[in-house]
Design a protein around this ligand. Structure first.
Ligand code: NAD
Length: 460
């Protein structure tokens, strides 16, 4: 028998899986089904080893899977059965044709809209969860309303603000939930339906509403602002390395200003992940499309500084290690784009590894969760690469350690033990400023942090 409280999510990725698991967990009287065209992904969601690593995710999937959370492959049937449909398919940067390398590739979205139209046998609420360029909902509505007079499709925008690595706590206790709708009777009715779901566990004042376009744009802008802070502090780290200033001290002093705040002010090798770069480029594309070339170039520079920071890091390694890396063994600690995830999409480690291999260095890559993805990212690239999970084993016999991900694990390593097994002089390039630099220097390492003077045992 068809229940009134059925929800479908199309796209079982980093957003679809965790966000639907949270709704299932908080709303036991709703039946949530997640579908995907990638059947291996669905198998993994139904297995003991979930397709993504996210702290706390295992626990809530175990509690809900088979109870009111289901991962299925029969997309056609599921569209027929469910009247509330979240869409969280990916929206990568377009790699071809008009807008290549900037605009969002909306082919997955459009295919989903056409599937919904083709298989629907009743009216539906369709909710954009993917991050989309402004006015995508309009395109979706045009497709959905092409079968005139049959059923009604009300499109809402409900962008996801969770961050990988903290997805479960972000979903459980979000800063805000944003719902964009048309201000029509049916739009407001659909919006109320979605508010009903979120208000099961989220305070009413944190559920905010807007028109659809504001909602779509807010997600792009939130990511652009976060990335802009990272690039701002990283640009200043370059200046610190040329002077006697220390970026951690500068960031502390600046961040204590309550108008600025101290979050996202940590210098490092730059942002990664599937979203920041893609969403900024998308914003840049939109600005250009509307003839706002100054605004476009302002945001484009956020991405340029991010790339510059990674180039600088590689140049510092090369300079520090006497201008040559050929035949030297370099241990990379951390390949994921941030701690607490196995995701390596757009990870700075990819670019840095490629550059080091081009210098004929040998790489030994270590990461607690991302080695499978790292091997896929570097497959087909010429050079010697080994993958070793244990950081002590990975570092043994190496000339240098690079810290590329801020895993807690690396803060607490026994660097004295590691130093003994490395080739001397031994180097550390701390791309995340997470270890005790003075202590490592006193052990014997030559230490190169970001945005601080290097601690070198060489007199020249
Ligand atoms: N990853 C994040 O941290 C994050 C956070 C907030 C928002 N977002 C946004 O959410 C969206 C999804 O991101 P993600 O990281 O979950 O992507 P993802 O690549 O992990 O997952 C997307 C899934 O959609 C599936 N898919 C594509 N077309 C389909 C179709 N027609 N039918 C069924 N399944 C289909 C793919 O097979 C894939 O498994 C993107 O727009 C992204 O920008 C991501």
């Amino acid at each position: 028998m068809k229940s009134k409280k059925n929800i479908l999510c199309i796209g079982a990725g980093y957003v679809g899986g965790p966000s639907m698991a949270m709704i299932a967990y908080k709303c036991p009287d709703y039946r949530i089904t997640v579908v995907d065209i990638n059947s291996d992904r669905i198998d993994a969601w139904n297995s003991e080893e979930l397709p993504i690593y996210e702290p706390g995710l295992d626990k809530i999937v175990k509690k809900t899977r088979g109870r009111n959370l289901f991962f299925k492959k029969d997309i056609e049937n599921q569209i027929k059965e469910n009247d509330i449909i979240f869409v969280s398919v990916h929206t990568p940067t377009k790699t071809y044709g008009a807008g290549a390398d900037m605009a969002a590739d909306l082919q997955y979205w459009e295919k989903t809209a056409r599937q919904i139209l083709k298989y629907s046998r009743s009216s539906k609420i369709v909710i954009e969860k993917s991050t989309l360029p402004v006015k995508t909902a309009l395109a979706m509505e045009k497709i959905l309303s092409s079968a005139k007079g049959k059923f009604r499709f009300e499109v809402l925008s409900n962008p996801e603000f969770m961050a990988e690595g903290t997805a479960i706590s972000d979903l459980e206790n979000p800063d805000r939930v944003l719902i964009g709708s048309h201000q029509t009777k049916s739009g407001l009715k659909a919006r109320a339906e979605l508010i009903k779901i979120y208000s099961r566990w989220i305070l009413k004042e944190k559920i905010i509403t807007s028109n659809i376009w504001s909602s779509e744009l807010s997600k792009l802008v939130a990511n652009a602002f976060l990335a802009q802070r990272v690039s701002s502090i990283n640009s200043i780290s370059a200046l610190c390395e040329k002077t006697d200033a220390d970026i951690s001290e500068v960031a502390e002093a600046v961040g204590m200003d309550s108008r600025i705040g101290n979050k996202f002010l940590k210098a490092g090798i730059g942002f990664g992940g599937s979203c920041f770069k893609k969403d900024i480029l998308n914003l840049v594309y939109l600005c250009r499309y509307y003839g706002l070339k100054e605004v476009a170039s302002y945001w484009e520079n956020v991405v340029k500084i991010n790339e510059y920071q990674q180039e600088r890091f590689v140049a510092n390694i090369l300079n520090g290690m006497f201008g040559t890396l050929a035949g030297k063994k370099i241990c990379i600690l951390g390949f994921a784009f941030k701690a607490d995830t196995g995701d390596t999409r757009e990870s700075p480690a990819i670019y840095i590894s490629q550059k080091l291999l081009a210098e004929h260095a040998e790489l030994i890559i270590s990461d607690p969760k991302a080695l499978k993805n790292a091997a896929a990212d570097l497959s087909g690239i010429k050079g010697k690469v080994k993958y070793i999970e244990d950081p002590y084993e990975a570092a043994s016999g190496c000339h240098a350690l690079l810290i590329l991900t801020d895993w807690d694990l690396y803060m607490n390593l026994d660097f004295r033990k590691i130093y003994k097994t490395m080739v001397k002089p031994a180097f550390i390039f701390d791309g995340r400023n997470i270890i005790d630099h003075k202590k490592c220097f006193s052990i014997g390492f030559n230490v190169y942090p970001i945005g601080k003077p290097a601690l070198s045992h060489f007199k020249i």
